[in-house]
Design a protein around this ligand. Structure first.
Ligand code: ZN
Length: 386
């Protein structure tokens, strides 16, 4: 463990109170966010931002996703890396001078990798697969995760989803984009294709015709397992980042030798909705000391006139996604909502609770919604509001 690369994984805390079976408290979260370790990580993140050295990682909200190199990462989370097609709310964030490049990172379960078959393991991609077997009319357009997946997730195939999202992102920004996939069982990241110069230059481990031009055939794409760019094919600007992640994983295995088994199923106790681009690992070191604890969804901020705000479509997309964790995870006892303004966080909670899945959930004993105000990654106000 060096000063440059301190081990971010520790097991010296039980902030989640698993031993007591109680939910996390606002006081615990506040203390974690104001700890010396959180200060150190925020300072490191701010330094990388000032140096223009941050990588945007767009991944699924799944609690098992292991965010690579949190101190140099801007984290965007959405179910199955779904992205709006008619508006692109993250362009301003991606174009900001602190950001160097972008990785689109959906995930799969390494145990499902078989020659000639597409791997599975992401619940959102699984829902897309179900929808692809039905006619469009059969898939109800109500307000829920079904609507979100139908409109925002492009494909049920993890590589196709990565490459389509990477292409759209590259068309919408001047930054270079890597399409990759994470095996959430062991944290490995597999680089698949790189897109640069707004799509004019691409390098890919698969013939993109097989993905994009109606010639998709898992028997060809996965004939030798998951296709991967070789080390010298990976654009140099991404290489050091991926190497550092591999080193961090080695540290994680030392703390969690049973990682592959622990990552088999997800059942987080917390779901978080956040407008903060810093990963939770930077701002809540104790809470995130081991993976598979938090389901996270990003809410994009937009500039309306000169004010930073949340547009209705982006908020509805985020709220619709909450149905998935609330409906699926029996251990979920806390919904945590943070924006730059405490009253706005409260209003998001008020809107969230109108949805029937949250309305029923909050009536269970020991279930709670916590709202917070966070600016520059620092929580200044936090309390339980439901
Ligand atoms: Zn997923």
């Amino acid at each position: 463990m060096s000063a440059e690369n301190p081990n971010i994984y520790r097991r010296d805390t039980d902030i989640l109170r698993r031993g007591e079976g109680l939910p996390v408290t606002p006081r615990d979260l506040y203390a974690d966010n104001h700890s010396l370790e959180a200060d150190r990580r925020r300072e490191a993140w701010n330094r990388h931002k000032a140096d223009g050295n941050l990588t945007v990682v767009w991944s699924c909200g799944d609690a098992r996703v292991i965010i690579p190199n949190p101190e140099t990462t801007v984290s965007i989370r959405s179910i199955a890396t779904g992205s709006p097609s008619d508006a692109y709310p993250y362009t301003r964030l991606m174009e900001s001078p602190g950001v160097k490049n972008i990785i689109i990172l959906p995930h799969f379960d390494g145990e499902t990798v078989k020659p000639g078959e597409e791997p599975t393991g992401c619940g959102g991609l699984g829902e897309k697969k179900v929808q692809e077997t039905k006619s469009s009319k059969e898939v109800s357009e109500g307000n829920s995760v079904v609507r979100y997946v139908k409109q925002r997730v492009k494909s049920s195939d993890v590589l196709l989803q990565a490459c389509i999202s990477a292409t759209i992102t590259n068309e919408n920004t001047s930054k270079n984009v890597l399409a990759a996939a994470q095996d959430h069982r062991d944290g490995t990241i597999i680089p698949i294709a790189a897109f640069s110069d707004r799509g004019r230059r691409t390098i890919s481990a698969i013939n993109l015709r097989h993905l994009f031009q109606g010639q998709y055939d898992p028997k060809i794409i996965y004939q030798d397992g998951i296709p991967s760019l070789s080390e010298d094919e990976i654009p140099e600007e991404f290489r050091a980042y991926l190497t550092l992640h591999r080193k961090n994983l080695e540290e994680l295995y030392k703390v969690e030798p049973d990682l592959v088994q622990l990552q088999k199923t997800q059942n987080p106790t917390i779901m978080a909705l956040s407008t903060d681009p810093r990963p939770f690992e930077v701002r809540f070191p104790a809470l995130t000391a081991s993976p598979n604890t938090l389901f996270k969804l990003s809410v994009p901020r937009t500039r309306i006139d000169s004010r930073i705000s949340i547009d209705d479509q982006s908020l509805n997309d985020a709220l619709d996604q909450t149905e998935y964790p609330v409906a699926h995870f029996s251990n979920l006892n806390t919904i945590y909502i943070e924006t730059g303004d405490f009253d706005r966080s409260k209003r998001v909670a008020d809107q969230l609770i109108l949805n029937e899945w949250v309305h029923d959930w909050i009536n269970e004993p020991s279930h709670q919604i916590i709202a917070a105000q966070t600016r520059d990654g620092i929580v200044s106000r936090i309390s339980t509001i439901y």
